[in-house]
Design a protein around this ligand. Structure first.
Ligand code: ZN
Ligand code: ZN
Length: 311
């Protein structure tokens, strides 16, 4: 006997053999405290965030973790997207464990324009259309919360079933070098970063920006640009164009400084070159985040605890 081809249509119309009480909804609808109704929990696995399916999903009286239930005699997904799918997207995202709890509504650096930026980012996310996507470049100095926002956005996309990959550009270069050392043609890491629905690059422009490093960035940005896929990125560098960059031919800036020092006043364009910069600007919203460095916020109190000085 020929096996029927599995399709969404047959899945939807094939009655399940298990008799399941119809009055029960998905366990996630009850928004239990175990996971607040998202169906997975996040924990640190080394330096990365790991998602594990919550017990409430496995104990769901409608689907017993299989994510299918009967509605009016028809088998339907218990929850969309399936918690298992979201968890696997998060596990493939390489989110830094330090920010695993990041959520837009728990962002707290409101010493600058944080509140306004959270509102703008929320608006940008609501308008995000995967068919016609718009990227985002989040600027701001060290410690204002850019990485936090990036991770919060990545989690939000994964919750909608959109595949994401979080890349620390420095780390990506190391992985590429390791890959090339094993096999000269190993571009798996790069291809994965080009193929994912939404790519996140933290700390754009940081590093030596050697010709090799910029050629990798160029492959990433152009590879995605040509597929109408966007990049969500953060940078410590200034959005304003730089007179140090040769604007006319779009070539990489020969005069860019080769030091490792972060210079807030140096432009992003000078760091990554006009060609990459102009593609990013063309496809993205640019948002500048201001505020104090949260890592230094309580520094005065830490330095002089005995005096009880409070500011
Ligand atoms: Zn749960
Ligand atoms: Zn269920």
């Amino acid at each position: 006997m020929e096996r029927p081809v599995r399709s969404l249509k047959t899945e939807l119309h094939t009655p399940t053999r298990i008799a399941i009480p119809q009055q029960l909804g998905c366990a996630l609808e009850q928004r239990q405290s175990c996971c607040d109704g998202i169906g997975y929990r996040l924990k640190a696995n080394g330096s990365l965030t790991q998602a594990v399916i919550c017990e409430c999903v496995m104990k769901c009286q409608s689907c017993f973790g299989l994510n299918r239930r009967m509605v009016n005699g028809v088998s339907k997904p218990c929850h969309t997207p399936a918690p298992a799918r979201v968890a696997s997207l998060l596990n493939a995202a390489y989110l830094p464990a330090r920010y695993s709890a990041a959520k837009l509504d728990s962002f707290s650096n409101f010493s600058g324009n944080g509140r306004e930026v959270v509102n703008r980012v929320s608006q940008w996310m609501r308008e995000f259309d995967i068919e016609n996507p718009k990227g985002l470049v989040l600027g701001g100095s060290v410690g204002v919360g850019k990485t936090f926002l990036l991770v919060a956005i990545a989690k939000n996309f994964a919750n909608k079933g959109i595949s994401v990959r979080f890349v620390d550009f420095f780390q990506l270069l190391l992985e590429l070098k390791a890959g090339y050392a094993r096999d000269k043609n190993d571009s798996t890491v790069l291809n994965e970063a080009i193929a994912v629905d939404v790519l996140f690059i933290d700390e754009l422009g940081k590093g030596r920006n050697s010709d090799w490093e910029l050629s990798i960035l160029d492959q990433l940005v152009m590879g995605r640009y040509n597929q109408n896929k966007v990049i969500i990125t953060s940078t410590n560098y200034d959005f304003k164009p730089s007179d140090r960059v040769n604007m006319s031919n779009g070539s990489l800036d020969e005069k860019r400084p080769g030091n490792f020092e972060l210079d807030r006043f140096e432009s992003l364009e000078a760091r990554i070159g006009s060609r990459i910069y102009s593609r990013l600007v063309e496809t993205s919203d640019l948002i500048e985040l201001t505020g104090e460095d949260y890592r230094k916020r309580n520094l005065a109190e830490k330095i002089q605890p005995s005096r009880g000085v409070r500011r």
